[in-house]
Design a protein around this ligand. Sequence first.
Ligand SMILES: NC(=O)C1=CN([C@@H]2O[C@H](COP(=O)(O)OP(=O)(O)OC[C@H]3O[C@@H](n4cnc5c(N)ncnc54)[C@H](O)[C@@H]3O)[C@@H](O)[C@H]2O)C=CC1
Length: 448
Amino acid sequence: MHDGRAHDIQLVAASLERVRRRAAHVVKLFYAHLFHHHPHLRSLFPTAMGDQYERLFAALVQVVGHLDHPGLGIHLERLGRDHRKFGVVDADYAAVGESLIAAIRQHSPASWDERTELAWRRMYAVTADAMMSGAHRSEAENEPPCWEATVVSHRLHGNHTAIIRAEVRSPYPWLPGQYATVQHRELPGVWRPYSLSVISGSTAHHQLLEFHVGRVKGGLLSTLLCDHTVPGQVLRLGAASGAALAPPPGTPTVTLIAAGTGWGPVKSVLHELLDRRPAPRVRIDAVARGEAHFYDGAALDDLLRDHPCLSAYWWYQERGEGEMRAAERLHTHLRARRDWPDESVYLCGPVMFVEETAQLLFECGLPEGSLIRDPQPLSIQPREHVSHAEAFLDPVPVKWIDPQARTGPLDGARVSPKTGAALSPADPAAHGAGAVQPGPGHLRTRSG
Ligand SMILES: NC(=O)C1=CN([C@@H]2O[C@H](COP(=O)(O)OP(=O)(O)OC[C@H]3O[C@@H](n4cnc5c(N)ncnc54)[C@H](O)[C@@H]3O)[C@@H](O)[C@H]2O)C=CC1
């Protein structure tokens, strides 16, 4: 890499690290500066800024952390293409750059100097150029800024998860495993990512897409999608994104692990795998908070009935058991598997679940290249507070599951996913070979 550029990257990264602890204040100043100097840009953002602050800083940390990454250019071009949905035009990039640099400068009184400012300006220019060129290319290809999807059905399962089917009448390019950002007319400026699932009956010019929306306490869009969305309403979709795609053709054995609404992308990957000739052997491990939380069980039942190459295990916690019990059961089972010959594992679900399960799989001998998952989102939250005052001013949000508070993992005893009985090392089911046969009474496997 060019020396000057490497030096710029170092200066920018060090400068960002210095303000990281005050990230919330930097971002607030950024928006105040931007809206003061360019009031017309306010309408591009949500009315309630809420977690917009965190999202912006997380995106910034992500880009700065990858300034020397060879894939950054492509990522930025995609980001620029996606930003067309907000109505962003070229002139807005310069405005954002000025406000960003002003906010960081203001929060770095002791360390800011001319070299740092120039480094930020050069790095920002490179970033903005890449994003603009992505937007220009998408315009040149006559791609719309966003797509309209008309809701054709809405089913709320157990008051916690909605399955929404929507029809797109123009070509919408996407691949199984990818997600789209979704916007509802009643919440302008609020876009949230939801994985894309497939349903049959789609053609290149007329697609039926499915979204699995878990209710999030206090969630803006998820509440609207769960409670106030009816057939005929129009959703907007951003361009499809995401690199967690189905395993490459020719993979003989695939394990798909889905926790909660992680089932959404897994379902579309599963459909793609089952369409292959020959289809690989596929095993599904579905994890949920309780038996009643398998919100799309009927669809999986149908697939099991039609595809002998498919087996499935359901892991869930019983009423009154700890919130981690289902994951622990799955982990106990995975720990008992010894080899992963030519196998790919596709993993999807809550961030901590994905993180812990990935670690466990690697410890169990799965090669890193055999695991497919989305990257973990970054957080604005500092790792720890330096003072009580800082903790008071900038509290860490409460998570419904506190990973620190979880009960310890099972003691390594092997448990049959079918019967809950301890397995001997020789038992094939201990190695995941205990395929569940479709049929009433057998399908919904008890996990412990
Ligand atoms: N591409 C991806 O990685 C995708 C991720 N998701 C994410 O999956 C999540 C699904 O949420 P819900 O349906 O509400 O699932 P959930 O919160 O009900 O969790 C499902 C299961 O995962 C396990 N689990 C949850 N948190 C855990 C933790 N901290 N450590 C270990 N195990 C844990 C529990 O056993 C639970 O039964 C959302 O956060 C969503 O953003 C959803 C779709 C795609």
